[in-house]
Design a protein around this ligand. Structure first.
Ligand code: HEC
Length: 127
């Protein structure tokens, strides 16, 4: 392959990668509420989920920091119901998680996280 062709191929490839990456970013940012569902699947659903372990005080500080970061992203999305109260509901969850990250074995902070991450309460308000 001669040099100009190779350059063209490389730039076409990097453009493709760029397009794929931004499509992914865009789907995270979209505000149709479906993305909240994927956060739920990843962080909350099932035994051994992040939420389940956090409620038992079994996450490390680093894991809790990652969880809080994910919740901050979730805060920018729109729930199916009661959009105005969403920032407060998720904000409480972010705060409880960030506080627990600073002292992961504190029983009072574990209980506060469990309260902020109450599945049914939040689903009744926002789902
Ligand atoms: C801060 C509020 C909030 C909390 C706390 C919360 N959820 Fe959710 N959850 C939602 C919202 C809003 C939806 C609806 C998303 C949609 O359909 O757009 C949802 C949807 C779901 C879904 C369906 C996901 C899908 O694929 O559509 C599952 C499963 C779920 N939640 C599990 C849980 C579990 C388990 C807990 C407790 C550990 C929990 N959630 C705590 C707000 C919350």
């Amino acid at each position: 392959m001669n040099m100009p062709n190779r350059v063209a191929l490389v730039s076409a490839l990097s453009l493709l990668i760029l397009i794929c990456a931004s499509a992914r970013a865009a789907s995270y940012g979209s505000a149709d509420g479906k993305d909240i569902g994927s956060f739920m699947e990843r962080l909350h659903k099932g035994k051994d989920s992040y939420a389940d372990k956090a409620k038992k005080g079994q996450l490390t500080s680093t894991q809790l920091q990652a969880l809080a970061k994910n919740y901050r992203l979730m805060m920018t999305m729109n729930p199916p119901k009661n959009k105005t109260a969403w920032r407060k509901s998720v904000g409480d969850l972010v705060n409880a998680t960030a506080r627990l990250a600073r002292s992961p074995s504190d029983k009072g902070l574990v209980a506060a996280y469990a309260k902020a991450a109450d599945c049914n309460a939040c689903h009744q308000r926002h789902r």
